[in-house]
Design a protein around this ligand. Sequence first.
Ligand code: MN
Length: 330
Amino acid sequence: MKLYENKKKLKQKLNSSKTIFIMAHKELDLDALGSSIGLYTILENLNKNCFLVIDDTIHESGVSKVFKELEGCLNIINSKEIEENFYIRKKKNLLIILDVNKKELVQSSDAIDLFDKESIVILDHHELGETSIEAGLRVIDNDISSTCEIITNLVEMYKMELDPYYATLLLSGIVLDTNNFTLKTNSETYYAAYYLSSMGASTKKVQYLLKQDLKEYIERQKVITNVDIINNKIAIAKGSPYMIYRREDIAKIADTLLFFNDIEASFVIARSASKTIAISARSLGSYNISSILNPLGGGGNKTVGAARINDSTISKVEAKLKQILKKEEE
Ligand SMILES: [Mn+2]
């Protein structure tokens, strides 16, 4: 496990810092927020001065519930307030980036420039890419279920007791990113869940935090009904051309399509901004998603990937994708 290999270096970084800023990706989800708050608790126990840097102004429902419940308990600032909270000796400030490693996806890319490379640590489970942020320490573990699992391991490493509420938050990130322990789940994931539950994490509460919005659920189901099956193995689903979908929803639909008999790869094409078409794709391993999405300007790895195409339409993107898939089958 990557965290254990870097244990010494990470402890060193934390020990030598006084003020620590925690920042996750835009459009916070429960893995980003759960891991941020979990880390925040660890750092408070280590007597660090801690800040969560959040620029998002709208939050998905689970994230809003947590903010409401924890109102007044956390130092939350926006990226413009970082400098005024710096510790006097600049070297004693540390930025920890969670659940993301690409510059364009963090809450504030400008915030990165306030720190020198050595004062940045990344803890994440996503693939590295061209725009990955340079850091003094990068603990990036593609095989781990979630950033909340990394933070759970960190809690164990420091032999700390967590309040049941914070244990629940960490568990909710694991449940979210594994889609209820169906994706990226191995014995270590179950061990982390066991560990959190032994500290009092509540599955009932996790279910409450992850409750979905019925309307959004129905919209996702509509996309699934608009599916084409190619060669009995590949599912291509399309969103309504008149609707803008959140990237995470497009990804969830792609995940769901893999649950059906015979489907080995899934592609979901939908509008993610007024002039942007997004594709989210998944495979069980027999199709290489990154090589299929490369010609469309996308990326990822063998089993997970995404692409964003500007100034195009759903049907154009669909035609291009089908062409690529046809070549792939030859
Ligand atoms: Mn995550």
